[in-house]
Design a protein around this ligand. Structure first.
Ligand SMILES: *Cc1c(COP(=O)(O)O)cnc(C)c1O
Length: 464
């Protein structure tokens, strides 16, 4: 077979892709007909595809390329580490400098008593670690019945059997026999879609108190932990009302259940602080990290664990780990990513420059006839598309029909903006400049206009 390279025609690459490559979260039959878009290179916030289009990536890949594309420093560090020590494990009383250095750096950056890191290859793996770690923790403390983990509907915690069970995506639970036992889901604090006539504040409080009800119903002696994203990402960038998190923290403290903050998206500057827990004012016992930890340049994830939990776990052999836990190349790349985030004050850039600028422009989108609410925290935002703003109405068409039309207009206008149902979401690289934010907003507006025209034409502007 001839070498498959960037120089081949797009259609040929698409055919080869369809022949042998199974895409995640994709109807592959449909994609094979249409042909996948082929991304060939990237720099800063801009992707280039095989047709030479320059696309503004308002999703930072999959929420991960926090420092932007094209940073040679990370490539150099990876090459150097591969030459020096491409691989060694950390299982059998051995360690290596990249894992030592990265664990120390993460402990320094993480708030409070979160001082210990258990490495994984991804966010899904890290959450699988968390399931086993919190259950083992309670067993070691003589309370083996405390095994239930409470999570939320429409949460995303990964796609493995364990983390997919923690997540609350019904479409995932429908396939492959999920969830595993002893995972309990409560409702999400999604005021726009589910708040009815309540004020956001009252609604936030009520949804938080569902945690207390669940603990009382299940029994305090059965509940090990509560897990949640500080701001739900894949569920549609759902920012909880201000009343939500303080009440959750109160309940976790009162019943002494462990709080796991899934920081896979919120961590490493996304919300304007190093961690989303700081933005939301919570004190987790464990944080899940991945994505922005390496800005996606190499796969790595992990669990940041409190002194207390780590001390209990240290009392026994924890029969758990991954071949690539603390992988030297990924660790070295992540460490270099953290150096850049810190030395270039990128979190400060988010807080002082990028987030305030984006917030103003993003919230102004609510003047568009299709846009209901616009929510944003730091560099993650969402807009609700609606046929009737006052009623906060959903469309009569099946959920996602309109979102998909809008997403297709964005793609055609060289903007990557994702849709979750009929919500449009962004999570651009943190290094995005004000003039690039202007371009993002211009393309978003154009796409919304075109979507609106298409809805009129197809007679889709009806409320459910
Ligand atoms: C992406 C994501 C995960 C899963 O991470 P993978 O690296 O894809 O396994 C877990 N939690 C949250 C909040 C995520 O956004």
């Amino acid at each position: 077979m001839n070498a498959i390279t960037n120089h081949m025609p797009t259609a040929e690459l698409q055919a080869l892709d369809a022949a042998h490559h199974m895409h995640p979260f994709t109807a592959n039959g449909e994609l094979a007909q249409k042909g996948a878009r082929i991304i060939t290179r990237a720099n800063g916030v801009t992707l280039t595809d095989s047709e030479g289009n320059q696309i503004l990536d308002a999703m930072a890949g999959l929420w991960c390329v926090n420092i932007g594309y094209g940073r040679d420093e990370l490539a150099d560090v990876a090459a150097r580490q591969m030459r020096e020590l491409p691989y060694y494990n950390t299982f059998f009383q051995t360690t290596h400098v990249p894992a030592i250095a990265l664990a120390n750096k993460i402990a320094e950056l993480a708030p409070g008593d979160l001082n210990h890191v258990f490495f994984a290859g991804s966010g899904s793996e890290a959450n699988d670690t968390n399931i086993r770690m919190v259950r083992h923790y309670w067993a070691l403390k003589g309370k083996p019945t405390k095994s239930i983990i409470i999570s939320r509907k429409n949460a995303y915690h990964g796609s493995s059997v364990g983390s997919g069970s923690l997540g609350g995506m019904s479409a995932m639970h429908e396939q492959g026999g999920l969830p595993i036992p002893d995972i309990h889901h409560i409702n999400q604090p999604h005021w726009w879609a589910e708040g009815g006539d309540m004020s956001p504040e009252d609604f936030g409080l009520q949804r938080a108190q569902e945690l207390e009800q669940a603990i009382l119903e299940l029994g305090e002696d059965r509940v090990a932990a509560f897990i949640a994203e500080p701001v739900q990402g894949a569920g549609g960038v759902i920012v909880p009302p201000a009343t939500y998190w303080p009440e959750i923290q109160r309940i976790c403290d009162k019943y002494e259940i462990l709080l796991i903050a899934d920081e896979v998206i919120c961590g490493f500057g996304r919300t304007g602080n190093w961690f989303g827990s700081q933005t939301m004012g919570i004190r987790p016992d464990i944080m899940t990290i991945a994505k922005g930890l390496s800005s996606g340049y190499a796969p790595i994830g992990g669990s940041i664990v409190s002194d207390e939990v780590a001390a209990v776990i240290a009392g026994d052999e924890f029969n758990h780990g991954y071949t690539y836990s603390g992988h030297p190349v990924s660790s070295a790349v992540a460490l270099e990513n953290l150096r850049i985030l810190e030395e270039e004050n990128i979190v400060g850039h988010v807080q002082d420059v990028a987030a305030p600028y984006l917030k103003e422009k993003w919230e102004a989108l609510t003047d568009h006839p299709l846009v209901g609410e616009a929510k944003i925290v730091g560099m993650m935002g969402s807009i609700a598309l609606t046929p009737n703003k006052e009623a906060r109405a959903a469309f009569a068409a099946p959920a996602g029909t309109v979102g998909y039309i809008c997403r297709e207009r964005c793609f055609a206008n060289n903007l990557v903006m994702r849709h979750v149902g009929d919500r449009m979401i962004i999570s651009p690289p943190l290094v995005i400049k004000p003039e690039e934010i202007d371009t993002l907003i211009e393309r978003a507006r154009l796409s919304l206009d075109e979507c609106y025209a298409a809805l009129k034409e197809q007679d889709l502007l009806h409320s459910a």
